[in-house]
Design a protein around this ligand. Structure first.
Ligand SMILES: Cc1ncc(COP(=O)(O)O)c(C=O)c1O
Length: 365
């Protein structure tokens, strides 16, 4: 008799597919010392956290046995100063991933729909599937990765979708949404979630200031990228008051741990340093963009994030990745048909770019 009856849709599902492994495991697999690996596959900040964040973590003695503040009050106040939006609009989570999950759980009832615009960050549709009993309506982007706005509008009316997920700048290409496009889409009878995980690398400010006067706009942000805290898992959302009121009810009480909270607060109090790192990464993106243009089997796309997407000609991305792996340079490739000719490379330090370009010159199709 079958006594374990997990959901059949989950039993049949494929999970999150891209796992590069720990640096130790990669070092062992590739036979390359850990400190010689150049990790350009998951858009982390290779400068690491701010020195003040590291010092605050080192000084964190004695509080580990006490649960963290359920409301992350001090951190939300600093985020309010950082974003210019009052703390009552801000909810902190265990990475932006948790805010994606919470938002979907707040809105979706059985058979509800969301609109996703692939190629984009995979977690929106994946988490929707985890929640189950809902429809993910895909409105593919144009070949240049821009949004197909009329098709989104048609899909919204045809499906009655409750949520539209947009990523700005988009992962994987780094393209951005024009304000007039967002303004037009906000007329739709749905709530728009704009994922601004990479907004700090963008020209301009993003859309945080719109939220308090826009009842159907949610913004998601993270400290994983610009702040170098990916391993500690801190993200936040900026929500209209009518929405955040209900999110508080379904949030796990102690979702932001003491170490994450301390490091995030110290980072936000060290913004001169962190801004200087962001500027270095933006300058390096420009330099890497120019250098990648000299590699004739790649076509590099302009990006406003901390990564560059390249189309690969004359060889498979699996082969290119394998050859870069062998040299200790980790990049991202994809199995989805729409991205199978593309690789995404995170921006690191100048020496990482130099090693990458030297390797790409060696590897010719
Ligand atoms: C667009 C986008 N949103 C959200 C996330 C997840 O961020 P976090 O590390 O805060 O969960 C990522 C991580 O790669 C991302 O690329």
């Amino acid at each position: 008799m079958k006594s374990v009856r997990i959901r059949q849709d989950i039993a049949a599902m494929q999970g999150y597919s891209f796992i590069s492994g720990t640096l130790d495991a990669l070092s062992e697999r590739l036979g390359i010392p850990r400190d010689q690996l150049i990790k350009l596959d998951t858009n982390e900040n290779l400068y690491g956290p701010s020195p003040k964040a590291c010092a605050a973590l080192a000084a964190l003695e004695g509080d580990y046995h006490i649960y963290p503040d359920i409301r992350s009050t001090a951190l939300r106040q600093l985020l309010a100063e950082y974003t210019g939006v009052s703390a009552e609009h801000i909810l902190v989570g265990c990475g932006a991933d948790e805010l994606i999950d919470l938002t979907l759980r707040l809105f979706l009832e059985p058979n509800d729909a969301i609109i996703d615009c692939p190629p984009t960050f995979s977690m929106y549709s994946l988490v929707a599937q985890w929640i189950g009993n809902c429809r993910v309506i895909e409105v593919p982007r144009h070949d240049d990765f821009s949004l197909d706005v009329p098709a989104i509008e048609d899909a919204a009316f045809a499906s009655g979708a409750k949520l539209l997920f947009l990523c700005n700048p988009n992962n994987p290409d780094g393209g951005v949404i024009a304000p007039e496009t967002l303004r037009r889409l906000l007329q739709l009878p749905l709530t728009i979630v704009v994922d601004e995980a990479y907004v700090e690398f963008m020209d301009g400010e993003g859309f945080a200031s719109w939220v308090p006067h826009t009842p159907n706009l949610i913004l998601l942000r993270t400290l994983s990228k610009w702040a170098g805290l990916a391993g500690l898992r801190v993200g936040y959302g900026i929500f209209p008051l009518d929405i955040i009121e209900h999110l508080w009810k379904i949030k796990h009480p102690f979702n932001v741990n003491v170490a994450a909270d301390v490091a995030a607060r110290a980072t936000l109090q060290d913004m001169d340093y962190v801004r200087s790192i962001i500027q270095k990464l933006i300058a390096e993106r420009q330099r890497m963009y120019q250098l990648l243009q000299t590699i004739e089997y790649l076509t590099v796309l302009p990006s406003q994030a901390n990564y560059l997407l390249c189309e690969v000609h004359g060889m498979t991305t699996t082969e290119l990745k394998r050859q870069l792996d062998q040299r200790g340079i980790l990049i991202r490739n994809y199995s989805k048909p729409s991205l199978e000719k593309y690789i995404r490379i995170s921006i690191g330090k100048p020496e990482h770019t130099d090693a990458l370009i030297a390797a790409l010159r060696e590897i010719a199709p």
